[in-house]
Design a protein around this ligand. Sequence first.
Ligand code: EPZ
Length: 428
Amino acid sequence: MEKFVINGGKPLTGEVTISGAKNAAVALVAATILCDEPCVLENVPEISDITICMKILQAMGADIQLVNKNVVKFDTRGIKNPHVPYEMARSMRASSYFLGTLLGRFHDAYVAMPGGCDLGDRPIDQHLKAFRSLGAMDELKNGEVHCYADQLIGSQIYFDFNTVGGTINAILASVKAKGRTIIENAAKEPHIVDLANFLNSMGADIRGAGTDVIKIKGVDYLKGITYPIIPDQIEAGTYMVAAAATKGDVLVKNVIPKHLESITAKLRKIGVTVEENDESVRVSVDGALTKTSIKTMPHPGFPTDMQPQFSTLLTLAEGTSIVTDDIFDNRFRYVAELRRMGADISVDGKVAVIEGVGKLNGAPVVATDLRAGAAMVIAGLAAEGTTEVSDIQYIERGYECIEKKLQMLGADIKRVTVTEVGSVQMSG
Ligand code: EPZ
């Protein structure tokens, strides 16, 4: 097992470059199954969720070549059997995208019920509703979802509520269906626009991505292309918050400022200075931070994936802040860990009340999921004393080289391998 050991209290200063967006990359890697020729993805983040997606494709018969650690060539023509290996599929939420992409290509798909961060119940009823609208049927056997259709016919898909995964799967399943599909009440996240742009570059006909109505005309053939994945808005937001929490001065490079608008607005509201440039933002703090209220919303609202990180920052802001996150059943499991560091937070269902405290104190804590793990790192960077963050495998799912990027910003953070109780080996 590995953990991060952080000696906090040092302002982060300097420059950090943001990697490709995890939640775009998992969709685009799955979408390569629909491509009739080899294709290349650039700006691929080197994170474990992507490693698993590529291992799934290889296990199914795809040929994958690393041009370098962030440029990957995919040739999925060798895939003949639409069956995703069970144990790989159950380890993450994004494996649900293999249902849409395999159904779209083979009219048949076997994928284990997806796993992923434990944020409460995460059903896929809306995904299945989309597939059924296109004429597919489905059954659950031995923990695997089997979706199948004689043919897929374009139709109207109306989502009961915003679902990122459901919208992505509806696009994947309909891009080669016969006729026109209209997706109503579609999610509008940047990664959905990136998927549409990727598929359109291959010859798909998808209009309206980024709005709540997406219109798709089925096509028969998708040609090979080279495509750069958009920068990760959540990784960028995480470093922006880390800069603020340590009262530092950081230039966050390789970003699309438009994707960060809700995060930037909230940082400015509590007294953080954010300067926007074409492809970077500069974050600095020169004074006390003040309270605010946050309600997470689908894009372009404040993203739920930034809630743990921002709540951690608010533990250091003067006054009482209120954070409401009702996108998921329970995204406050990290609060108990923050309390070990002196945070004053009470949680009632989907609402957290945060009383600002003057400082946090280092302590041994665990990452309860991906973004909670990032929040623990931010807390450790801001705290006085030493913080040990265990279960960092969660963090590795979505943050490329996080300790190296933080070390470049002056953080005292080390990756430590815990071989057995009491003995550690320093590394990284
Ligand atoms: C995606 O999850 C992201 N994951 C999540 O990021 C992100 O938090 C979420 O979108 C919201 O932005 C990936 O992209 C791999 P949803 P997803 O479908 O698709 C419920 C991270 O930290 N729902 O928009 O699962 C669902 O349970 C991760 O990077 C249904 O009830 O999110 C949730 O409560 C965490 N039935 C809500 O809707 C369905 O069929 C929103 O889910 C689908 C979803």
